[in-house]
Design a protein around this ligand. Structure first.
Ligand SMILES: [Zn+2]
Length: 288
């Protein structure tokens, strides 16, 4: 849903509450503290009083909206804006769009990103594996490029990111402390089903994966970028989207939060054909 559709479907805070109650409880409230279904409705506050443990609660308890002072319609609009922002959405921009402060917008974005964690199914089939470097200060941007031989050394202030991408399927990516064989093999084993066909460049840390996987290598150092089906172009396309987002929207991303941003970009990529992405996200928001 785009923001106009969200705006029309959820014209008020109360409409959002109603929607969350349906999604979370199927309209039969359950006390989030003791699990009791014995409660009295407090319609004016849009809360419930639990007759078992004697506390009051609303549908937002223990969700990403917990204790928020921001109107829920703004939250719904924010979710729609993030889901539709192919290149990412900065806190400053979101703040302007929904009329909250930059700090509030930042906090909302961090909470919304909690719903962007992917399921754990292993990737299989033809899998592109590649590393890249993200972040760093503006003056070091030229170090984005890999050095010759595909060794992927970034500037000191950049963070290494490793990705695995199933052709015509999902992408997974995360920051790593180094691009050693131990690290890269660990990530491939965590994310890719044995027997799949890996496509990598010639970086030496990928050596040895052929024991568990098919392994085709494209030799970037030889000026070779595509050799029939052997390439990592799909993943490189994803990297450029991620980097344009990080540089263009966020200017500087602290390594501490980098995985959150990466999750967001993976989530949008993996749901690129999901027509129910807004409802799915709301569902995750209340069930997480
Ligand atoms: Zn209770």
């Amino acid at each position: 849903m785009n923001i106009i559709q969200v705006y029309k479907q959820f014209p008020t805070h109360a409409d959002c509450i109603k929607h969350l109650e349906k999604v979370r409880w199927n309209n039969e409230p359950v006390c989030p503290y003791c699990g009791s279904k014995n409660q009295s409705s407090l319609p004016k506050e849009q809360r419930y009083h639990c007759n078992n443990c004697n506390t009051t609660f609303s549908v937002t308890v223990n969700t990403i909206f917990h204790k928020t002072k921001v109107d829920l319609q703004k939250w719904f609009l924010a979710i729609s804006l993030v889901l539709n922002a192919k290149k990412g959405l900065s806190a400053r921009q979101l703040g302007r769009d929904i009329e909250v402060t930059k700090d509030t917008a930042w906090y909302m974005l961090m909470r919304i990103r909690k719903t962007f964690v992917d399921d754990a199914d292993l990737l299989e089939g033809i899998i592109e594996v590649d590393e890249t470097y993200v972040g760093g200060k503006n003056k070091n941007r030229h170090k984005d490029k890999k050095t010759e031989g595909g060794q992927g050394r970034g500037g000191d202030d950049k963070t290494a990111v490793v990705g695995t991408l199933q052709r015509d399927g999902k992408v997974r990516a995360q920051k790593v402390k180094d691009v050693s064989a131990k690290t890269l093999h660990g990530i491939v084993k965590q994310n890719v089903k044995k027997g799949s066909q890996l496509m990598t460049d010639e970086w030496k840390s990928y050596n040895g994966l052929a024991l568990l996987y098919g392994h085709s290598i494209v030799k970037h150092a030889m000026g070779e970028y595509v050799n029939g089906a052997v390439h990592t172009n799909t993943l490189e396309g994803f990297w450029s989207l991620l980097k344009r987002g990080v540089i263009g929207q966020f200017h500087y991303v602290s390594p501490k939060y980098l995985n959150k941003y990466i999750d967001e970009f993976c989530f949008r990529y993996n749901n690129r054909e999901n027509k129910n992405i807004f409802s799915d996200t709301i569902l995750k928001a209340v069930k997480s």
